[in-house]
Design a protein around this ligand. Structure first.
Ligand SMILES: [Zn+2]
Ligand SMILES: [Zn+2]
Length: 394
């Protein structure tokens, strides 16, 4: 595919054989060769050495002391809470911020933050902070194992972008690129496990054509898109990893491979997503790959980091893969009234100023219907990118 999207156009590495490279790197660094025998201080000395900072031991000790995390502690700080104290999944959002214990509430800063969160305009706040990572899902795991070895096992970070409308004539579309999630995985994870963590509104609600006037009536949440259309693939380094786990799944890549044959694009292969592990991959770090599902919903997928596990990382293999961060999302408003949440996307209509326009039920009705009769040929599709109802926040 380098013919279509040349590697030189993207700041990316050469193909990165994860398993092989981590092995050679672990031999090179020898972090924690004998667990328990090297303490944090000596581990850092090894890192200093590796970086070529040959300072006298006393200087190194001084730097470590100055940069130590202990300097951030306060005698009155409450003990940190363990995630395992929560019985179910915990979502940290603006509306549902980190749970505050009675002990933590003694801190002035915590009290001020709590008061501020009550008074801010959540809708405005979410709009201006929309690009930041905000909502992290913390999932406590009932099985606690320390099977992973720091300095030997490795983890990769994968960024999943939200889909966007791509137009060939638009040269710079970077402002449309919005990361949706960051996922961390270990070599032993299957690609299908990573796929199962990807969240997209199209997997929740069908984007089907609305033929009548009543959007809500036609757009009932009866059909599960994931059951109706389970097919999807991940395209990484010229290989289509097809997800064929569900009965009725089809090979989405077939039509693309046919097209590629006509265009003389060679070396495209297919593989089973569920049978492929992260350690089998040789991704280019920084190069955009793609995840396609629900027909033509495309998410760019970028491997952003690969590194050896450290002592401070989670060492329980059952905790991987997990979603490290998700982008804060907000509901989209109707393009006409700007007040109600959008319920439908209108297209192929010469009475509209844009190719696609979002509308609410009232505006859709008043714009396209006169005396109960449709006055244009507009096509309307159910719009479901609504994560939270902003009106509740106010
Ligand atoms: Zn999608
Ligand atoms: Zn409206």
């Amino acid at each position: 595919m380098e013919k279509v999207y040349p590697y030189s156009q993207f700041p990316s590495s050469e193909p990165f054989p994860l398993e092989e490279y981590s092995k050679s790197f672990q031999d090179d660094v020898k972090l924690d060769e004998e667990p328990g025998e090297i303490d944090n201080f000596n581990e850092r000395l090894i890192i200093f050495d590796y970086l070529g900072l040959h300072l006298p031991a006393s200087e190194q000790q001084k730097i470590q002391k100055m940069c130590g995390i202990e300097n951030l502690q306060n005698a009155n700080d409450p003990e940190p809470e363990s995630l395992n104290d929560f019985s179910e999944d915990v979502y940290i959002t603006l509306r549902n911020p980190t749970p505050i214990t009675a002990e933590a509430r003694k801190c002035e800063a915590v009290k001020v933050r709590e008061e501020t969160l009550k008074t801010i305009d959540h809708f405005y706040y979410r709009r201006i902070c929309g690009k930041e990572y905000g909502n992290a899902k913390l999932k406590p795991n009932p099985i606690i194992l320390d099977d992973l070895v720091p300095g030997s096992d490795y983890l990769v970070t994968i960024k999943i972008f939200r889909p966007f409308l791509f137009q060939f004539e638009t040269k710079n579309f970077s402002n449309k690129l919005k990361a949706g999630q960051q996922i961390q995985a270990i070599g032993g994870n299957r690609l299908s496990q990573i796929r199962d963590l990807i969240i997209c509104s199209l997997d929740k609600k069908l984007c089907k054509e609305i033929e009548g006037r009543n959007i809500a009536k036609e757009n009932k949440e009866e059909e599960n898109p994931l059951v109706l259309y389970p097919s999807n693939f991940l395209f990484i380094e010229n290989v289509f990893y097809n997800d064929l786990r569900a009965t009725g799944s089809i090979d989405y890549s077939e039509v693309i491979r046919e097209w590629a044959k006509e265009k003389n694009i060679k070396d495209l292969k297919t593989a089973d997503m569920d049978g492929t592990f992260v350690k089998d991959l040789k991704p280019r770090i920084g190069y955009p790959y793609v995840y396609v599902h629900q027909g033509n919903c495309e998410h760019l997928v970028v491997f952003t980091d690969a590194r050896l596990l450290m002592k401070d990382d989670c060492l329980c293999p059952y905790d991987y893969p997990y979603v490290m961060t998700t982008n804060r999302q907000y509901s989209r408003k109707c393009a006409i009234c700007g007040t109600n949440n959008a319920q439908v996307v209108c297209t192929e209509c010469d009475r509209l100023p844009n190719e696609h326009m979002l509308m609410c039920q009232e505006c859709f009705d008043s714009y396209h219907y006169v005396d109960g009769r449709k006055i244009d040929s507009c096509k309307a599709y159910a719009f479901s990118e609504i994560i939270e109802d902003d009106n509740d926040d106010k």
